[in-house]
Design a protein around this ligand. Structure first.
Ligand SMILES: [Zn+2]
Ligand SMILES: [Zn+2]
Length: 165
């Protein structure tokens, strides 16, 4: 199977998913193809409900269960990456065609800021080497307040008061 990190076009992604399913004895059914097509048209971060909505908008009838079952397959296959911005809902983003990046999430308004850091990539290899562990991917997320929210809630960004005797 071709490495998905080298894959860019939607046709290559479809082919990679087909091969992935075939290798595991899973049928590449029409509903699964529709889920993949809807996912390919979504950008940035999205959750299962948004995939359902995108399918509905195109008048494609795919069951909720199929969507919820297909998304983890797309993650395992390397088409999607799971990102977790809150405890309620798993979000996804395309895992191909872009460089690796991490996220900062504003705790007040939910704004998501993406950043890429060579230092993080270097650090993860260093930690892996120290523990004889071959690192393939990582999840690193910063939470806090975005600039706009920090202005509204200045108290939250103030350093903790010094303890008095
Ligand atoms: Zn904010
Ligand atoms: Zn992202």
């Amino acid at each position: 199977m071709s490495k998905l990190s080298d894959v860019h076009g939607p046709d290559e992604v479809r082919e990679a998913f087909r091969v992935y399913l075939r290798d595991r004895g899973i049928k590449y059914t029409t509903p699964r193809q529709k889920v993949l097509d809807a996912v390919l048209d979504l950008h940035h971060h999205f959750d299962a409900e948004q995939v359902l909505y995108a399918l509905k908008e195109r008048d494609l009838k795919v069951g909720k269960a199929t969507v919820y079952r297909t998304l983890p397959l797309l993650v395992d296959c390397g088409v999607l990456k799971e990102v977790r911005f809150d405890v309620k809902q798993t979000h996804y983003e395309h895992a191909f065609g872009e460089g690796p990046h991490d996220h900062m999430v504003c705790r007040r308004c939910g704004r998501i800021v993406e950043f890429a850091s060579d230092e993080v990539v270097e650090l993860r290899s260093r930690i892996g080497r120290r523990h004889n562990f071959h690192v393939i991917s990582h999840r690193f997320q910063l939470t806090g307040l975005c600039w706009d929210c920090a202005i509204v809630c200045p108290v939250a960004t103030m350093p903790a008061p010094e303890r008095r005797e």
